[in-house]
Design a binder for this molecule. Sequence first.
Ligand SMILES: Nc1ncnc2c1ncn2[C@@H]1O[C@H](COP(=O)(O)OP(=O)(O)OP(=O)(O)O)[C@@H](O)[C@H]1O
Length: 585
Amino acid sequence: MRALRHLNKYFLKYKFRLLTGIFITIIARIFAIAVPKFVGDSVDVVAQYINKDITDIAIVKTGLITNILLILGSVLIAAFFTFLMRQTFIVVSRYIEFDLKNEVFAHYEVLSLNFYKKNRTGDLMNRISEDVSKVRMYVGPALMYSVNTVTLFVVVIGYMISIAPELTLYTVTPLPILSISIYKLSVAIHKRSTIVQVFLSKLTTFTQESFSGISVIKAYGIESQTLKNFTELSNQSKEKNINLVKVQALFFPLMVLLIGISNTLVIYIGGQQFIDGTIQDLGVIVEFIIFVNMLTWPVATVGWVTSIVQQAEASQLRINEFLSQEPEITNSTHTKTPIIGNIIFDKVSFTYDDTNITALKDVSFEINCGQTIAIIGKTGSGKSTILDLIGRLYDVSRGEIKIDNTPISTCNLTNLRESIGYVPQDAFLFSDSIKNNIKFGKENATDEEIIEAAKNAVVHENIEGFSKGYNTVLGERGITLSGGQKQRVSIARAIIKEPSILLFDDCLSAVDTETEEQILNNLHKISKNKTTFIVSHRISTARNADKIIILEEGKITQQGTHNQLIDTEGYYKDLYLKQLSEKEI
Ligand SMILES: Nc1ncnc2c1ncn2[C@@H]1O[C@H](COP(=O)(O)OP(=O)(O)OP(=O)(O)O)[C@@H](O)[C@H]1O
């Protein structure tokens, strides 16, 4: 139960609703137990008439009608309060589910990239959806049934003891057996349904991947093989489902059996006690039969609730495990740090924790606001890492990065990230309209600003070509756009923000050289008072930069302007000559 303590703050938050729920439950149960009493009274009236204790049929009729009306009234009031009971408890559980989901999501968002590398996306999604749902079962139904059971027990058993103590003992004896059996059954059901869930998610992942990669499947002609794999997986899933159904099928028969045993005991022992005169009224036996049936479901829920609490405990433990993780990168100040964009890398080294790869070694350079720096180097030489460090997605392992002469770690993180326009290597677009994808960079952007940004990114004409223009909705990961179009929408999203620092990570690789030139010209105009980083493999992208740095295996091997570098032997000159000859061919 330790993990579940995390939820106490929410119970406290909704204490008034919960207390109302408890109060309502008590009222509902009191009215519910009135029903058996009136049924018993009706039987007594009839029995007295049969025994000739009452001879006037009119008295019997009046007694019966009064009891029927009282039963009807009690049932209606009990039903109304039961409705209110569900409204309070279940509604509170939905509120808590909402709060917990938000808490987990907000925490996920502040966690550093390393966290996302260490944990699979499916796991993150499971904890925020399935685990939170299991916890909701604890704060909602489990709590409601517990309050209901306790209230019913106190009220009903108290009443039963007051009218026939010995019969009460015999009647309730089988109930704990019912409770334990249901508990055992619920545990078995849970175990098997967890396995079913695992297979279901395997099946979902397989299907999703098959549809995403349908073009590859078709191109390689492996439809039948894929179908065979699917059938195999689906067959295993079916077996697990059948195993689950086998135990589930025992649930109701077991309940009916135990209710039957209790009813038989009431009739047998109650009958004997009536014969020997321990029980005076026949109505008591009828009342007890109704009570036994009333108690059966709450008793069964004790076992069910125990299993729900155990599952919720396990789920909350998993949720707490993530909630207790501290973000590695935190904001060290709440005073605003306006960012101008003068950046210094001073002997910066960086090693990735998980792979232990030292991506940057003693990297030093300086760039001022208004300048453009190009980073060129072979794949894996550390170019993207430099950009990640500027956005403080990671902290340096050695050395220091200064922004406007302030160590990056002491800059206000929110201000820093707000002043960066980042275009990643793998342009990611959301499943939303093109307009909203661009606006993502500036929430309150006007249509004119969106068009302006798209024009600067040289994608306006492409967008206009779509029948729905800027309102064209993009599929998953922007599948309706070509690679180059995605890159340019992603550029528009970065420049609309008008940030002080622009980071372009090889984001012109999928556009032709002519379009690239247009984009670079536009960027040149709009980045006059900004600091621009352009990572590229192409000389054409880098040649007009104020400074070019060449990275090889994490080290800067050359730096200078295009003219300086083509006059110096090294990687840049070799690349220049190679690309020049390719162009001539
Ligand atoms: N998130 C990461 N976790 C662990 N290691 C990483 C990570 N990202 C990059 N690396 C490693 O760090 C090194 C530098 O990678 P980086 O992405 O900075 O290179 P790059 O020059 O941008 O390459 P490319 O031109 O292929 O994009 C590589 O050896 C890479 O395997």
